[in-house]
Design a protein around this ligand. Structure first.
Ligand code: IPM
Ligand code: MG
Length: 359
């Protein structure tokens, strides 16, 4: 297997470096090919994903990504060197570029109780459309203004002082996500698929989603389905996480719920993710690049190590994947080699080495 490794920036390179030895340790024979991505390439070239990296992704089977800094438009543009300013360069988060351009529509984020094994579910987040589809406007031209102008707040503020974001949901996008959710539930032996949406407010779009769910559910009689308001899902994830199996949600709802899931697990230091499409994939820890923490050897490498186990699973190496997860559980339960976020004092490398020692 040829695997691209994009360490990224911030704490990305150090968690990747500490975690990679796990691959060889469990006997996975992956050919790792390193590439560039992230903030330094935005600053030097005005694009955080260099061409050479797209080519690398084309010729490899999958990809491991460390972490990448994403900043809002104004900060991103103001940090560009003078020569690149005013050229209308738009910073688009590299992870969003990867997901949209490679069609990686399903973002699988497992939420497991690593300490006591009380719960084990997954948030499957739609990754290419929904509220993050890219239709986000401030200062409204027609016909957007026509659409909203009678809203009392819009009428008061005017077109220049109103903004609109569109939640794009398409039949193709919904169906492939739901299909993925059902198949995932079957493969992981979950009996319940929860659609986290907002049918009591977003009436038309939620109704559309519901109708697609109902049609597909008929093909999976062994899987119970429910549609819950996303706020209620947030409440129940904290109160009774063991009630969930597979939670499917549109892009922004899934983004928020999956961070909540990380919190329920004990922090972002344990949250891994897979970004999957029909013709490609990449794998990354859910945490960000935490630039303020970089190069201090404080970051937790376990999310990256669990991400490697997700990749192993995806490539058909279920046994190796389970061995890695088990070793992480042993280290977390033992508690003597944990990084600060889990209440310990170990460095990134010490925590990773503890996993290697168990393996
Ligand atoms: C995530 C992150 C990204 C997202 C950001 C960095 C664009 O929060 O993967 O959850 O919102 O998708
Ligand atoms: Mg997020």
């Amino acid at each position: 297997m040829d695997i691209a490794v994009l360490p990224g920036d911030g704490i990305g390179p150090e968690v990747v470096e500490a975690a990679l030895p796990v691959i060889g340790k469990v006997g996975l024979d992956w050919n790792l090919q390193f590439g560039d991505v992230g903030w330094p390439f935005w600053l030097s070239d005005g694009d955080p994903v260099p061409d050479a990296t797209w080519k690398l992704l084309e010729r490899t089977d999958s990809c491991l990504l460390g972490a990448i800094t994403s900043k809002p438009a104004r900060e991103a543009e103001s940090e560009l060197p003078f020569a690149l300013q005013g050229l209308d360069r738009k910073f688009i988060s590299p992870v969003i570029q990867l997901r949209q351009r490679l069609g990686l529509y399903a973002n699988v984020r497992p939420v497991a109780d690593i300490h006591e094994g009380r719960f084990n579910f997954a948030v499957i987040r739609e990754n290419t459309e929904g509220l993050y589809a890219g239709f986000d406007y401030h200062g409204l031209s027609n016909p957007l203004w026509e659409l909203v102008k009678d809203h009392p707040n819009a009428a008061q503020s005017g077109a220049d002082n109103s903004s609109v974001t569109l939640r794009l949901q398409t039949r193709a996008g919904i169906d492939r996500l739901l299909r993925f959710g059902f198949e995932y539930a079957v493969s992981q032996h979950h009996q319940l698929l929860t659609l986290a949406d907002k049918p009591n407010v977003l009436r038309s779009s939620s109704n559309f989603l519901r109708s697609r769910l109902e049609i597909m559910a008929e093909e999976y009689p062994g899987i119970e389905t429910e549609i819950l308001n996303v706020d209620a899902v947030a409440l129940w994830m904290v109160r009774r996480p063991e009630r969930f199996g597979v939670i499917v949600a549109e892009n922004m709802f899934g983004d928020i719920l999956s961070d909540l899931g990380a919190g329920v697990m004990g922090g972002l230091g344990l949250a891994s993710s897979a970004n999957l499409g029909d013709h490609g994939s990449y794998f990354e820890p859910v945490h960000g690049s935490a630039p303020g923490m970089a190069k201090q050897s404080k970051a937790n490498p376990l999310a990256m190590i669990l991400t490697i186990s997700q990749l192993a699973d995806h490539l058909g190496n279920a046994e190796e994947a389970e061995r890695i997860r088990k070793a992480v559980r042993t280290v977390v339960r033992d508690g003597t080699a944990l990084t600060y976020d889990l209440g310990g004092r170990s460095t990134t490398r010490e925590a990773a080495n503890a996993v290697l020692a168990v393996l």
